[in-house]
Design a binder for this molecule. Structure first.
Ligand SMILES: [Fe+2]
Length: 391
């Protein structure tokens, strides 16, 4: 019988068209009078910041803007934000943007109340985070990372050339996730594709991981259904409100499963490789997901057969094994349909495979993978991914 498991989520979730209009009321309800608004320069340039500053100004909330977030946020940016938080005597955090902004916001909260550098809070046993982050609202502008509901943040350590995880505890979970699909209407197709596939990867990897349990499993299956039905539509028609609505829901559901469990080889590979080359996490994970599933389905064919059904595949008359193979094919086809760049196009070189395999093998998410992994398994999966990219 499985060991005792728990499912913890400290985050209140509010999802729907126009949800962002309630930001000021929600901030006040959490006791904020001087929130720090954490975002990135791209959001400011795109004119999107006004969607949150307008309601905050209207409610006379005396906010501070920290717009230094960069993709794959490094230690220095988090520490800089933490120092500003204390200097400005802020009393809450609002993370506005994609995964990088929300991960930075939650991490700023960690150092703001626990002190020191975010480097000291890399996940470990015993858990280094002792105090819950201050009142924090996450408002995503993409649909994929799901950081608004996860118990994790991923930080890049440029000295060690790795990404490390902070969290694994409710102490880092946002107090409120304010998810407004309207904010994603103008996302470029490439971002829609990469982030949407990341949502799918969260769902697939958690559904099949060694720690899987019924509650997140059912949530993950729903996320897979939404991605298979709506990602192509959102990619091709950015302003299709129904597709954007369902994709933002898929991101939340996928991350609910992911944020309380572990992932597997695709995230072990993408997170470690993402510390080597500064590339979008979603696109990199998406490119690896198909080959990882191709390796993994042999370890748990029943679950992969169920994934095929969730992805809308007709599995009538097929054996479990054949149905499981359909899941792999469906993900590989979706990857191509939404034009995910190849590893080569992302700037990786085949000569790097031994090094990439080595760091993936050392990643803690290797442990959660549904099929046993050796260093050689990673080498093979990387070769397969490069081969698929030769077209
Ligand atoms: Fe991810």
């Amino acid at each position: 019988m499985p060991r005792v498991r728990s499912f913890e989520i400290p985050t209140v979730m509010k999802h729907g068209l126009g949800a962002v209009e309630t930001l000021a009321d929600e901030a006040r309800a959490l006791g904020m009078t001087r929130p720090m608004l954490v975002t990135d320069g791209g959001i400011v340039k795109a004119g999107l910041l006004e969607r949150v500053t307008r309601p905050l100004k209207a409610a006379n909330l005396d906010f501070v803007v920290f717009d230094e977030v960069v993709p794959n946020p490094p230690i220095a940016v988090v520490d800089q934000g933490g120092a500003l938080y204390r200097q400005e005597k802020c009393d809450g955090v609002i993370g506005f943007g994609g995964g990088s902004s929300m991960d930075t916001a939650k991490s700023i909260g960690v150092v703001a109340v626990n002190g020191g550098s975010i480097r000291s809070y890399e996940w470990a046993d015993p858990q280094p985070i002792k105090q819950r982050i201050p009142p924090t609202i996450c408002v995503p502008t993409t649909a994929g990372t799901g950081s608004e509901v996860t118990l994790w943040a991923v930080i890049t350590d440029h000295q060690r050339h790795i990404k490390f995880n902070v969290g694994g505890t409710g102490l880092i979970g946002a107090w409120l996730a304010l998810i407004d699909p309207e904010l994603t209407l103008d996302l470029p197709p490439a971002v829609t594709a990469g982030t949407g596939m990341d949502a799918l990867a969260h769902a697939v990897e958690c559904y099949t991981c060694a720690y899987a349990q019924p509650l997140p499993d059912s949530v993950a299956l729903n996320a897979m259904e939404y991605v298979s039905q709506y990602l192509r539509v959102a990619f091709a028609q950015g302003h299709n409100v129904e597709a954007r609505y369902k994709m933002s829901m898929a991101a939340m559901l996928g991350a609910l499963a992911y944020g309380t469990e572990s992932a597997g080889a695709a995230h072990a590979m993408s997170q470690s490789a993402g510390g080597v080359h500064d590339v979008p996490h979603g696109a990199l994970t998406a490119r690896l997901l198909g080959p990882v599933m191709e390796y993994n389905f042999k370890g748990e064919p029943q679950k992969f057969a169920r994934i095929a059904q969730a992805l809308g595949e007709d599995v009538g008359g097929l054996t479990v094994w054949q149905a499981a193979e359909k899941a792999v094919e469906a993900v590989m086809k979706l990857t191509e349909d939404v034009e995910i760049p190849t590893l080569q196009e992302l700037g990786f070189k085949e000569e790097e495979i031994p090094m990439l395999a080595d760091i993936a093998f050392k990643d803690p998410q290797t442990v959660g993978n549904p099929r046993d992994l050796s260093l050689q398994s990673y080498v093979k999966m990387y070769h397969r991914t490069f081969d698929l990219g030769k077209r």
